[in-house]
Design a binder for this molecule. Sequence first.
Ligand SMILES: [Zn+2]
Length: 510
Amino acid sequence: MAYSRSQTVCLTGFQGHPVTVEAHIAKGRPALVVTGLPDIALEQSKVRIFSAFTNSGLEWPDTYTVVNLLPASVRKSGSVCDLAIAAAILAAGYTVPRDRLEGTVLLGELGLDGQLQPVRGVLPCLLAAERAGADTAIVPLRNLAEASLVSRLKCLGANHLSEVVAFLRGEESLSATAPVVPEEPAAELPDMADVVGQETARRGLEVAAAGGHHLFLLGPPGAGKTMLAERLPSILPPLDEAAALETTALHSIAGTLKGTHPRLLRRPPYSAPHHSVTMPAMVGGGTPLRPGAISMAHNGVLFLDECPEARRDVLDALRQPLERGEILISRARSSARFPARIQLVLAANPCPCAASSTESCTCPAPRRHRYLSRLSGPLMDRVDIRIEVAPVPMSAMLSADAVPESSEVIAARVAEARRAARERWSDAEQEWRTNSEVPGPRLRAKPWRLPTSVTKTADWLVETGQLTGRGYDRTLRMAWTLADLAGRDRPDSGDIAEAAGLRVGWLPPS
Ligand SMILES: [Zn+2]
């Protein structure tokens, strides 16, 4: 029987699904029929594959050919399946031996001339193929460096369909090493040593990094809010292996991996969309589906400057990732998830007029009030640390005699505090990595409950209505972070007072 099969992978959001391509060459009028939920890009692959065959000197089966994609339940999208479909047809027509396709996963788009075009998302696709038991992968040569990040797969690269055919016939070998390209020098990360003065904000940033707390910065333009936010990744611990793979895979799908020789991303990413960002650009969208700014900040920092200017629905969309660590994108016929465990930094000017200082703003009070009251509500309630940032006068900058602490020094303290927190909570029934993840009821119960002599400041703020119940729990979490930074095994009343100050440092008007 003229029947064969090959393996490929399709992405639904972040998730790679192994797909089997069946090809059957039957008697009948010449036609190519593709079944099994193909999308439009896949429909077009018929044209690409036919042209690639004829331009590679391969014989097109001049009969009725059926290609079926399994399982039918998985929505197949994109052009990533081209190579696997071509290989299945070739094997069904005895052009290449069928057994050569066993255990091999094929990824790649075909050009009309038979050239193999690089595709996005090779890393998450091959991670899924590896889990499904594949041992070899054939990918476009320009994707080979990225493919090789999947350590347990044998990865081979090809430039042209005819090379793949020669390889499957056992006539030629394929390149197992990506071509050497001169490395771009690594860009230097912005460092905390550049931030002069700003003692409160520096402290807030360190506490945020140590406990995984969300942060809000209020201050006029030029106060240094962006400068502070973009330095948060430099004091966070580097990503572990699993997080590095996830983060790199997301950037692979987004097509933002830099250079032809991508490496695993080890630094927490920083994503700073403009406040005019649209919903799809924020949460993810497009065809095929790409992650949005939120997921580009997965395992790192999402910074939203001038957040009162952002669309209401965009701000509301941040709540789900803050609660669940992922974002669900629902569409008419499908839905997909992207990971989105982020540390949020919001910033705002005190007034829509963007005056350079509070004194130079002459707007009527109701206007400022209306502007900042956009920041009340459930999103703002999830932000632990709220800090007012004032511009540092030039004279103070010039007279500062000591060089501010560098990111390296702060990162060491952050790492130590995180280690203490992880150790404490790993004894708990559920493993929490940072203080910000520990549920409030756990902190208010034995053995973590703090005596009222310690919590008195926070208790008083609740009694006088300056702190909500949720705000109280957030204060407790931050107090644990402050204790971890100071090397104490429990928060004292000073930690509670400082935590409460960070929490109510600035209150949105209600
Ligand atoms: Zn104003």
